[in-house]
Design a protein around this ligand. Sequence first.
Ligand code: SF4
Ligand code: SF4
Length: 203
Amino acid sequence: MNELEPRFSKSDTLYPDYRLAGELEAFGPFNTQACFQCCKCTNGCPVTFAMDLYPDQVIRLVLIGQRKAVLSCHTIWVCSACKTCTTRCPNEVKITELMDCLKELAIQDGVPCPQPQILTLHETFLDNIKKRGRLFEVSFLPSYLLRSGEFTRKWRQGRWQADAKLGLQMIRKGKFSPFPKRIRGTQDVRRILSPSRREKNSS
Ligand code: SF4
Ligand code: SF4
């Protein structure tokens, strides 16, 4: 089996979880029921080369209750949230937003992530946002490098200086600020991102 092929077990296909679409819609609406499989989303997606399921297939599998296949696929993690699919969809299916929600559901269900580096990036990003209500790149990037083990790898290869140099250049050119900024509704952002709230909404 190709490493990127989605895994379908016999019991999952025999006993589909038809509650899946409804469970996801509680976080939406994503309008998945409106999908008529025209594939415009997939045809515009810039990262299908790295996907094991195409975006239109993800929608279809959600609708036919293939919970395990959807929550364990690479696609939900390699999606770059560029929104091309959502923009192109003639039926206003919110595919990008659904991909994000599927990530959270996979974490909540304890499904092993097939892209651990991306999971670390995702968690580091959300932790950073929770602190100030907005991203602070100067702490986000080092946190990600340390948590993912990338820093150790780069240190061993003698490549960390290149990252530090690039970071300083970006600060000098005003690409990001060296000082953290906070928004007024930080508490609200924390509440929105808290897992207990997501679980409560889904129950
Ligand atoms: S573009 Fe919209 S309607 Fe067409 S396959 Fe994708 S989600 Fe379905
Ligand atoms: S948002 Fe994700 S699925 Fe949609 S086009 Fe971009 S990368 Fe592809």
